[in-house]
Design a protein around this ligand. Sequence first.
Ligand code: SF4
Length: 327
Amino acid sequence: MNPFQYQRARDAAGAIHAVSPRSKFLAGGTNLIDLMKNGVEKPEVLIDLNRVALAAIEARPDGGLRLGALARNSDTANHPLVRQRYPLLSQAILSGASPQLRNLATNGGNLLQRTRCPYFMDPGFSQCNKRAPGTGCGALDGFNRTHAILGASEHCIAVQPSDMCVALAALEATIRVQGQSGERVIRMADFHRLPGDTPEIDTNLKPGELIVAIDLPESPYAAHCHYLKVRDRASYEFALVSVAAALDMDGGTIRSARIALGGVALKPWRAEAAERLLAGQKPTPELFQAAGEQAVNGAKAYRGNGFKVEMAKRAVTRALANAGGAA
Ligand code: SF4
């Protein structure tokens, strides 16, 4: 690990004032410290946010909920209002990492998790456009069993590893950020970036911006939702494929649907065409299967991850069945 200076911020304004291109914000540190230990991240200054008052979880007058950026993942998943209004989010968070990690990891930090592509995580590999732009992509012709089937580019085929973010995408959360020029709101759909020809840039945060909260709009999906995670072992493992599925039912008819996939792209992948297919229909096994087929439309497999296309299709079908109680 490289030597670094440690600073403690007392409030958001102080943190934003202190940050520079040489520094990183430190919250739970569950990903950042690992990356510093293996030499992927080398900040010269860490600005500790843990004394900044951004951990509240509060109901909003519009029926939504505001999750503080520094609320711990455990506290968020187990909060009574999250469990009652957004069980999809609670399920997704609790499927990730381990209890110890969830006790430390924060909501803001979870949004900023970096890919676990092994070529990215180990500077011993020389080829990784995300870690060292212009060096190539070791995964393209190498180990790519866990990599993307949607939205990848010739420069990077990594996936975003968060479970929480998949539920946030399905729930159409918005991210509140503060910077030198004030506060702005980023739609969850616009927060993470596909790799294109700049895979080294994970998000649309501007330099020096601080995530202060995640806002959830009022949701009609609490009664019929399911987070399905398919992985190599039953706990403490990243998703090969995951699905956040939610249905708003009007009697026996689907009024609207939300589907987002994890483990398939460098951002949570909303399957909006599949959602449209479901709207106004009666839930049947055949309909959910058709939605599964639609959700992987345009998928491209690499040498080691062709199984993910069928897996994603079936996971969508199963998650919808579990959410809707049919099929
Ligand atoms: Fe690096 Fe992305 Fe290629 Fe992995 S997939 S080696 S993160 S460029």
